[in-house]
Design a binder for this molecule. Sequence first.
Ligand code: GLN
Length: 546
Amino acid sequence: MTKYIFITGGVVSSLGKGIVAASLGRLLVDRGYKVSIQKFDPYINVDPGTMSPFQHGEVFVCEDGAETDLDLGHYERFIDAYLSQINNVTSGSVYQTVINKERAGEYLGATVQMIPHITGEIKSRLIMASKRANPDILIAEIGGTVGDIEGLPFIEAIRQFRAEIGAQNSMSIHVTLLPYLPTSGELKTKPSQHSVNVLRSYGIQPEMLVLRTQVPIGKNEKEKLSLFCSVNKDSVIECKDMDSIYEVPLYLEKQNITEQVLKTLNLEPRHADLTEWKEMVYNIKHPKQELTIALAGKYTELNDAYISVVESLKHAGFEASAKINIKWIASEDILSDEDTKAHLADVDGIVVPGGFGVRGIEGKLKVIQYARENNVPFLGLCLGMQCAVIEYARNVLGLENANSTEFDKTTNYKVVDLMEEQKNIAGYGATMRLGSYPCKIVPGSKAHGVYGCELILERHRHRFEFNNEYRDLIKENGMQISGTSPDGLLAEIIEIPENDWFVACQFHPEFKSRPHKPHPLFKGLIEASAKMKEKRKSLNTIETVK
Ligand code: GLN
């Protein structure tokens, strides 16, 4: 039977509950327990697919095409599993199901209510998630903060569920903040006490506290919280800010978090083999080199908007023993060749990530032109690939004002166009080409070199595609289509063989990178960037000697 861990948040949002859930998941996986993680988001959107990345950060795409909260990315990266639509539940999706059932007459005669219908649907999603993965332990994280009006049905559903499955089959972990007052040098426990009181007033007594803090927590504070919140002293766990999120599992492990969790759930304590993770963290903390990678996008004010891209760059850096410094470039600020040079002269590699809408496109084209002409290692992702095609069409093929019809419907050269299958789709939300599709790779290409195989599966999220009318022209002029859908029709990867590393893909490799298994395309970019830096260094030395 599956056991359940419910993670709630106190005092403020953005506490890193997702990292705590993912870290605990990792520690349990390393003990041979089968783990799955589910996120409950109290907002009314059916999924985050229609939300601006400015609002909610990146939309993470699962194998099955589910458009989900970015926390699912952390879960997948930490526990190295594939999650699915059922692992991200929103209020919107719960209400939608209940209302559809009501219209279909399933509750005929009854008044449809928050309790038991909405809470019942929430509970059934927990069961569905455990049926899908059949885990020993399902960790369910509730988004937001305890006390939020929107979160109440979820908390109530958990209360009911806990009572139904009985003690020792579930536990509640409250992740909360201890604010630090620098003037008095004190960590304050009162907001967390209040937050636990709110949780208790809903009928949930937490069995564990995870305390987010800037500075180490003294024994006094821990004892105070244990006493006031009725939580065993050994289950008051400190979670200090770390330089790298991948250090968190080890920090929690030092405080025996897993031992306490297993005891509470009446599961056998097991030895964990953390050697691989420890080696990885050692590498993270002792890099032998630093590389600067420019990330030229539209949503650069909110780093969470590109979180999987950033993590993937770091993963490739871990393996190359390189600290990756991201140089954020708001593409709309790039207006001239001088701007491009000023921003890119000192970078070792360039990424143009995915995105939507025309804002900043011309800047992205300039960035790509710079990468191509100066042989700076380049990786284009989804929109980044489409822009690479537009740039090539304009500046190499001489097709003036070539564009994607997403940005200019009247262009004479529609080198990127809406996919045929998308032409009759009216609504928004889960209507793009989404999820995992196969791609066949051309032997001998750079992509083939890094993947080491001819058939791959990658995740997608797009409506537009490379227009095959231009395939011959672009190929004759030096751009290789090195990956296509198995029927050969959809261009999935393009590259410029002449450059050291100029590769772009229609899919999103960033969703499949893991801290200890970097994605081949990111590895390719980082290796090429390291070489580029070395080359530059030796050129500089020759110059100085001269
Ligand atoms: N806007 C482009 C499309 O819909 C690219 C999408 C993306 O980068 N995810 O095809």
